[in-house]
Design a protein around this ligand. Structure first.
Ligand code: NAI
Length: 389
């Protein structure tokens, strides 16, 4: 049991704020070998009443409507940012300058320049950073990485990945910060596609060039009436606001290792819920992951005897160290859910904080992710191939 503590300052208590609070609490409970014990110190939100209600519900000792005050509080060790995308930059920069470690939701920022500044400032301040790319923390993704590194599918040739959700398919769902270029940057690409890009970076390596195209089908939405985030509703009298970014995006991708592929995202794909899926092919086989069954991988190995040809289902879990917090014995396929992956993310974060290596994935990874997204958008705007510098 850890004797040293890690005081957490969380900004935002929406969908991800709640997921992070839950994960900080459960990481402390589940992992006996956790080197630092997370303490829910302070929650900051836009107003004192939102912050107070959330702090009490999540179990934070203090709350504030002034995130800057919290960031500078001497007792805070790590600042956890779960606010809309355009706020990440100011919050992360202030935390870095206050000498705090930073854990930030994706995408890192809404502009490439800002992402670069954060990487440089974190390096100068010698603080650790971690990005919330939870789709590379699933046991399935980590197991796929192991298989690729063992050479089980040979030389990599192709990546195909997409993240489809149908939550925004209803045109009566209200306008939100996700529809604004200023507040969110891109639409489905930054919100959902950035996860697929993270998997491509993790499994395939650096991207060399892209070609992108985007479409917006629901060009305006009613202003929100009640609720916020994914739970907001609009009344039929609401004024309409323009949707400024993509509902869906498609990109062709070339990797520096000569493999190539396709990355797509959609927030209006009717019927899809957690529709993240990816396939990696190599000269000796193919691995397939379906996000609605992310405790499993399918693998076909060309080397299998003719009698056994075909895709086999592999149960993912015990092959990955961090799974042991949930099942401390060989129980692959036991089944984790979406919010459990955030617990794994925090386990990795804390291990990273006490090691002499950077956390993974850090802001440099987030910056690379942003470069790829930025290149896809530039290609969509002007046409043609855009190289990643
Ligand atoms: P949300 O709209 O549900 O929550 C945003 C929170 O930020 C709210 O509590 C809001 O009151 C707070 N906030 C707004 N202005 C503030 C201010 N000035 N000071 C302090 N707090 C303020 O949004 P959601 O869905 O939680 O998304 C937040 C971030 O998480 C985004 O960057 C998004 O891309 C990311 N995200 C990541 C997911 C993942 O799977 N890793 C899934 C969903 C979102």
């Amino acid at each position: 049991m850890a004797t040293k503590t890690l005081n957490v300052g969380l900004i935002g208590s929406g969908f991800m704020g709640q997921a992070h609070a839950d994960a900080w609490r459960r990481a402390g409970l589940l992992y006996a070998d956790l080197p630092l014990k997370p303490v829910l110190h302070t929650l900051a939100d836009a107003t004192a009443s939102i912050a107070e209600q959330a702090a009490k519900r999540f179990g934070f000792a203090h709350w504030t409507a002034d995130w800057r005050e919290m960031v500078h509080h001497p007792e805070i060790d790590i600042v956890d940012i779960t606010t809309p995308n355009n706020m990440h930059f100011d919050m992360a920069l202030a935390a870095i300058h206050a000498g705090k470690h930073v854990y930030c939701e994706k995408p890192l920022t809404v502009s490439l320049e800002e992402a670069h500044i954060l990487v440089e400032e974190a390096r100068k301040a010698n603080v650790k950073t971690i990005m919330a790319f939870n789709n590379i923390k699933t046991p399935a993704a980590q197991l796929a990485k192991q298989m690729i590194e063992r050479g089980e599918i040979g030389e990599l040739t192709r990546f195909r990945g997409w993240f489809d959700q149908g939550f925004f398919n209803d045109p009566n769902l209200p306008w939100s910060w996700r529809c604004s270029r200023e507040l969110a940057g891109s639409g489905s690409l930054g919100d959902l596609g950035s996860h697929v890009v993270s998997v491509a970076q993790y499994l395939m390596g650096p991207v060399a060039s892209v070609i992108g195209q985007e479409q917006t089908f629901i060009s305006e939405r009613p202003e929100a009436g009640q609720g916020s985030g994914y739970g907001a509703t609009a009344s039929s009298q609401s004024v309409k606001k323009r949707v400024e970014n993509d509902d869906q995006f498609q990109a062709l991708v070339r990797f520096t290792n000569q493999a190539a592929g396709v990355i797509e995202s959609s927030r209006i794909s009717a019927g899809k819920v957690f529709g993240i899926a990816w396939e990696v092919s190599g000269t000796e086989g193919t691995i397939i992951m379906d996000g609605e069954r992310f405790n499993e991988l399918k693998i076909a190995r060309y080397s299998d005897s003719n009698h056994d040809r075909g895709f086999k289902t592999i149960y993912a879990g015990s092959q990955v160290d961090s799974f042991a917090g949930f099942f401390g014995f060989d129980f692959a396929g036991g089944g984790l859910g979406y919010f459990d992956i955030k617990v794994i993310e925090i386990y990795d974060l804390i291990k990273g904080l006490v090691s002499n290596q950077p956390c993974f994935p850090d802001f440099t990874f987030g910056y690379e992710n942003q470069k790829i997204i930025d290149a896809m958008i530039r290609s969509s705007n002007r046409g043609g191939v855009v190289s990643i510098k």
